[in-house]
Write a protein that binds this ligand. Structure first.
Ligand SMILES: [Zn+2]
Length: 465
């Protein structure tokens, strides 16, 4: 079954060219001037054809603070497809000591038969022990080649530095990469207890008890320990200039560190936490939203390649769930609903303003991520043999952010009232149109598990790590 996307402007991380894209079944067969063929035609005149975005930081159906994130793999990947996302890498959490296998199976079971776009998993190590470190090899063998540790969430998810270093050392042996949630959990605990003791319970204190320094310190520590272990390391959700500067300094001295930011740190700020209830709690995430004075630096860091990618940390909780913390900010489930919004916002405020080229946008939202997480060139590019994961972006298809246009199950839109002049018109996953002009066409289960390859240092111009 052939399809041909005609008349669009094809954008990859390196090129922007007028070209047609021929799709044979699930893969791209050719890119260029395609002559007459017996194929279903999709007209992309006036539009840009991009590799489907990859969101490597999502939390669907995730247990947190006594509740579960509001999107499952069905609604969450509908929202993904509506925003041009064709692959997510979601976080599985180690739920019990003595290994990772049972937790992986739990997460595979949740996603099986429900997703609309492809999905992979990272595995978070939360109860590190001998069997857990041993199981890291089995994870890589099964296509789960990235791990996560938390230096925050004391007494819940946090691991101590000795166990973090063990995970780093082991990641090198097994061909994986460790991702780090870099905030100092001990110091946050101290600041939270003091704030609550003084009767400060409102959502804004979530941000005030997680200042930039506790993130920058943990970022620096994570990098220094990775440097010592000779391991690559990936810092998730970098929120502020102070942390980004730690990454920039480390890369300048040759450390193999990657930095990811998320759209909330470019488009929202600490004042959103001061909105009247119930809205303020909707903006509670960790690291917290920062002073807006960080944003220009974060944009530049992304545009200049000091930070390599941008995802969303999609982890939605509805108002009822957020109300668990109405009298105590530390009990507000952490997370935002953002998976649908990255492309439209980045185009509007990045490409249209001249902050980044279309190719740079493709790189930071798709290609770099595919390379970092063992999916390139199957995903993250438009080339013969790659999966036909594509988004047709119409720069003149206005999007108004509202509950009516949002596919997430969270019950509100954190960008409500904003608009962008362009948005995704169609999203194809392995050649199948998932999203078409406001409608989801696939049934749950179209999306498949992606078995990812090991971390490949050579793709990043570094063979030391
Ligand atoms: Zn996260």
């Amino acid at each position: 079954m052939l399809k041909v996307i005609r008349g669009g402007t094809v954008v990859t991380a390196s090129d922007t060219i007028k070209a047609d894209v021929l799709i044979d079944g699930e893969q791209i067969a050719a890119v260029g001037a395609i002559g007459a063929v017996d194929a279903e035609t999709i007209d992309a005149a006036g539009c840009f054809v991009l590799p489907g975005l990859i969101d490597n930081h999502t939390h669907m159906s995730m247990p947190f603070g006594g509740t579960t994130s509001a999107d499952d793999y069905d609604t969450g990947t509908q929202a993904a497809a509506a925003g041009g996302v064709t692959c997510i890498v979601d976080f599985g959490l180690q739920m019990e000591p003595n290994g990772l296998q049972s937790s992986l199976e739990q997460w595979l079971g949740r996603a099986e038969g429900t997703a609309h776009v492809d999905y992979g998993f990272h595995m978070a190590i939360t109860k590190a022990d001998d069997q857990t470190f041993k199981d890291m090899q089995a994870m890589v063998d099964q296509g789960v080649s990235s791990f996560k540790v938390f230096l925050a969430y004391k007494d819940a998810l946090m691991v101590t530095d000795d166990l973090f270093v063990t995970a780093l050392e082991r990641s090198v042996e097994v061909g994986g990469i460790v991702q780090v949630h870099a905030e100092n959990g001990w110091v946050i605990d101290h600041l939270v207890r003091r704030a609550l003791g003084e009767g400060n319970t409102a959502p804004i204190y979530h941000a005030l008890t997680r200042p930039e320094s506790v993130e920058a310190e943990a970022t620096s520590r994570a990098i220094r320990l990775a440097e010592m272990a000779g391991a690559p390391v990936y810092i998730v959700h970098v929120s502020c200039e102070a942390s980004a500067r730690e990454i920039i300094a480390a890369r300048a001295r040759g450390v193999h560190v990657f930095g990811e930011t998320c759209i909330q740190y470019l488009f929202l700020d600490i004042n959103d936490l001061k909105r009247p209830a119930p809205e303020g709690a909707r903006y509670v995430c960790s690291p917290p939203l920062r002073d807006a004075s960080n944003q220009d630096f974060m944009w530049d860091a992304l545009s200049f390649g000091h930070l390599q990618s941008i995802s969303t940390d999609h982890c939605p909780f509805n108002d009822e769930q957020k109300a668990l913390g109405k009298d105590d900010f530390s009990k507000i489930p952490n997370g935002l609903s953002a998976i649908q919004h990255r492309l439209a916002l980045m185009w509007e405020h990045g490409v249209k303003t001249g902050r980044m080229s279309p190719s740079k946008l493709v790189d930071v939202t798709s290609t770099a991520i595919a390379k970092q997480f063992g999916m390139h060139p199957q995903k993250g590019t438009i080339a013969p043999g790659a999966d036909a994961d594509l988004v047709i972006f119409d720069p003149n298809r206005e999007h108004r952010f509202s509950l009516e246009t949002a596919f997430s199950n969270v019950g509100y839109d954190i960008f409500d009232g904003q608009r962008t002049s362009g948005s995704a018109r169609q999203t194809l996953s392995r050649g199948t149109v998932v999203f078409d002009n406001g409608a989801i066409l696939t049934k749950p289960g179209h999306g498949r598990f992606v078995k990812r390859g090991p971390f490949n240092a050579a793709l990043h111009g570094d063979t030391k790590a």
